[in-house]
Design a protein. Sequence first.
Length: 249
Amino acid sequence: MSYGVFAKYYDLLTKNVNYAGYAERVDFILSCLGKKGGTIIDAACGTASLGAKLYNLGYKIIGVDSSESMIFEAEKKRALLGIEDKSFRLSVSDIRELSLSSPAEAAVCSLDALNHFGGISDVGRAFLSVKNSLKRGGVFIFDMNTPYKHKSVLEYNTFVYDLPEVYTVWRNEYFESGCTVAITLDFFVNEGGSYKKYTEKFSERAYKKERVTALLDRCGFEVLGLYDELKSAAPGPRTERILYVARRK
């Protein structure tokens, strides 16, 4: 998916995301594992909001995303923040096919980006790609939506965002097969006094944590911990998003 219109309004629609808290949690975990201040791959970085927070905490950032539109917005954000040095790089690249000049100490993949793949085989390709982009002992921190969230929170619900810049309707349709949620986003944008409608569609698949951890093991990672989002507690039956911490063997 190109995330054309969605990329333009992504930051407006995700203002509620605690990027600072996410960065602090990643920093805490990496500090505990002796990886403070290293290079982090911000995989599927979107508009690089998390990458910018991690950069401010002293990390070197390699932000990659398969969407040219997202990277375009990320480049604008980097310029707006006055970040010009080579310690914060951005490029268009698929997480399943990473190709870096040198391996990194850590990688992050946030906000259920891995749920967007069409199946578990693509998740495995992403795991292998990240592993091969990390130094031995490198740390991979990522999150994924849970089956509970897909079944009980997203389900068939509709969310409306009435903002001055854009009116957005977010519609979900749940499919038991694959624990999949099909998402339709309708954007109504005021252009020259009249509203024009833009529509983008994508889907997310959720997996049981046991399947994800088994796949990590097969792809060459040691699972260090699973958490209820950014909390220190283990995930429970009503956890909506699990934060996984793994280390390259």
